[in-house]
Ligand binder design. Sequence first.
Ligand SMILES: NC(=O)c1ccc[n+]([C@@H]2O[C@H](COP(=O)([O-])OP(=O)(O)OC[C@H]3O[C@@H](n4cnc5c(N)ncnc54)[C@H](O)[C@@H]3O)[C@@H](O)[C@H]2O)c1
Length: 297
Amino acid sequence: MAAENDTHAVGRRLTVLGAGVMGTGIAALAIGHGIPVSLIDPDRRRLAEAPARVERMVRMARLMDALPKESVIGVLVTAASLAEDATADDPAPVAVIEAVTEDADAKAKVIAEVSALVAPGTAIVSNTSAIPIDELARATARPAELIGTHFMNPPHLIRTVEVIRGTHTGEATMDTLRALLAALRREPIVVADAPGFVTSRILHPMINDAVRVVAAGTASVESVDRLMQGCLGHPTGPLRTADLIGLDNLVDSLWVLHERTGDERCRPCDLLLEMVRVGRLGRKSGHGFYAYEGEKA
Ligand SMILES: NC(=O)c1ccc[n+]([C@@H]2O[C@H](COP(=O)([O-])OP(=O)(O)OC[C@H]3O[C@@H](n4cnc5c(N)ncnc54)[C@H](O)[C@@H]3O)[C@@H](O)[C@H]2O)c1
């Protein structure tokens, strides 16, 4: 009941840029709470596949009681660009969440485009894993409206969300974001801005080290994961987590961290780079450290 009221409090649509692993997950989370979503991606193949993927996620999450069974599912529309989104102002979005490829230039371009198109007062949310929000804020004339919201993967199953308040992020944007996350029944933890914030700054070099351990022949993939699960309480093991993230995204995020911190532990190791080169990207390609026959993300 509380969630329904929260949803009415938001009462607007959400625009999500990027129909990849995270964009589809965020779309599932939102429509599963009755919030209409416009999902934008220039890759028309990805876009065509997205509604079925989102629908599968919602169905699965409802079965697991991770999404409310009583909510009316929000309408999902797709478009190849913001300009092509016929529903863009119907109603105007409360926020635009960018979940595009982890590339600082691409994200800056997207944020510049979004801030030129949406009405002042619309929160512009970056789901970046590692790029500092203050760096992205240089791309917009309204830095007070930009905020980092690092949904974890899968967003519709993990309730805690890392929220990054940039130096310029305004109070009104914080309020909008808090209301949106309440409507989505997520728990925000607000942190300061830094490369990789908290979670990626700790998790990504750890995964890189786990891959190095495998490359050195110290232990098999399975043994590394079973040790980290059984001895240290890691829920899935670092290498299964890497497959879930997507090794291409992991490498991109490690480079972002390495370039901005100089920490050599963040330089993607050779085995990771090789796996990306040959297209073994994890669940999204059907094969990474493990094989995922018939269950591509
Ligand atoms: N994968 C994870 O576990 C995870 C977790 C938290 C945060 N993130 C972050 O979320 C973001 C997206 O990651 P992902 O794993 O979903 O990547 P992905 O590679 O699965 O998807 C990225 C999508 O963005 C699209 N795209 C590129 N340019 C675009 C544009 N201008 N407009 C709209 N769409 C565009 C691509 O076509 C692609 O479909 C990245 O910043 C990533 O670091 C990822």
